[in-house]
Design a protein around this ligand. Structure first.
Ligand SMILES: Nc1ncnc2c1ncn2[C@@H]1O[C@H](COP(=O)(O)OS(=O)(=O)O)[C@@H](OP(=O)(O)O)[C@H]1O
Length: 294
């Protein structure tokens, strides 16, 4: 082959190698931009999304006083821990039970402001087990307190209750071999209304929320509807254990919780740092007023 042709062939090969190299470099740059773009301020302009940019939303005031109704076996301990850490970080007062109430606010009795240790009154944060009583809590907590609770899918919750309270709840103690299946086959054979801790065997959530756990929606549908209405009226946020992460985002939006270190490290945008996409709570409801001291 004449030398001129050989040089031409080499030049063409070099060109294709350069093109391939450029193509690879181009692709890597685009992929890097897409990957990092979510954390850079110009990302929404280059890749417009259906949601409006969150930074255009004016920052809303967050609450510093929280009453968390810790229902039983609903992942409430995790929320309680988060709120205790929040209180510690901001040097806030946490309501602690009077020694005569043990570690809970004298549950299963109806909550009374007297169950709170005087050294922790008035509290900014309340997050231990109690049976809800709206008037008593409003007497205790400062104005502007936000009310939060958590619920869990009842069947999973009941399984958890059955296993945890098998030695405390008499209805469960009566069941041969502590068998959940045996209890579910004939619950009325083991349950006695009015016994101590009977509520763990029958509509615990209704009881914790201050309702009557003996009233069945089968016989009295209006009662349950009324109870649900009351819950909706009082609580600004009802967390759901099965949607724990989503619930935490909403809690973070409502209460001045700290930004999680994991969120900072990874830049994970949808968790503690950002506003929630779903806002199911009523942030603008009038806040309850505090009554006279007792
Ligand atoms: N993050 C998160 N998400 C979902 N579920 C969770 C979470 N954290 C705790 N759990 C489960 O909640 C059950 C314990 O609930 P509580 O902490 O409310 O228990 S207690 O009433 O204070 O004893 C207990 O349920 P069971 O394991 O079914 O018994 C825990 O496993």
């Amino acid at each position: 082959m004449p030398p001129i042709l050989q040089r031409l062939q080499q030049a063409t090969k070099m060109m294709s190698r350069r093109k391939v190299l450029l193509l690879v470099l181009g692709c890597s740059t685009v992929s890097l931009l897409i990957h990092q773009g979510a954390q850079l301020s110009w990302y929404p302009k280059l890749f417009p999304l259906s949601c409006p940019p969150l930074r255009d939303t004016p920052p809303r005031p967050k609450h510093m006083t929280v009453a968390f109704l810790k229902t039983h076996k609903t992942a409430g301990t995790t929320v309680q821990n988060i709120l205790f850490r929040f209180a510690e970080r901001h040097n806030l007062t946490v309501a602690l039970p009077h020694p005569s109430c043990e570690h809970q606010f004298c549950y299963p009795r109806n909550f009374s402001a007297h169950f709170v240790h005087p050294a922790t009154r008035p509290p900014h944060v309340l997050a231990s087990h109690l049976r809800f009583d709206r008037a008593e809590l409003q007497r205790l907590m400062p104005p502007g307190t936000v009310y939060v609770t958590i619920l869990r899918e009842p069947a999973a919750m009941f399984e958890s209750l059955f296993s945890y309270y098998n030695q405390y709840c008499p209805a469960f103690r009566r069941v041969p071999n502590a068998s959940l299946e045996a209890f579910l086959r004939a619950p009325e054979a083991y349950y006695r209304a009015g016994e101590h801790f009977a509520m763990f065997a029958h509509n615990t959530l209704a009881y914790d929320l201050g309702g009557d756990n003996e009233r069945s929606p089968r016989d009295d549908a209006a009662y349950l509807a009324g109870l649900i209405r009351q819950v909706e009226e009082v609580f600004s946020l009802v967390m759901i254990a099965e949607y724990f992460d989503e619930s935490l985002v909403l809690l973070r939006w409502l209460v001045m919780l700290a930004r999680g270190p994991r969120a900072v490290q990874t830049g994970y945008p949808a968790f503690f740092g950002a506003e929630p996409l779903i806002c199911v709570f009523q942030a603008d409801k009038p806040m309850p007023q505090r009554g006279p001291e007792t």
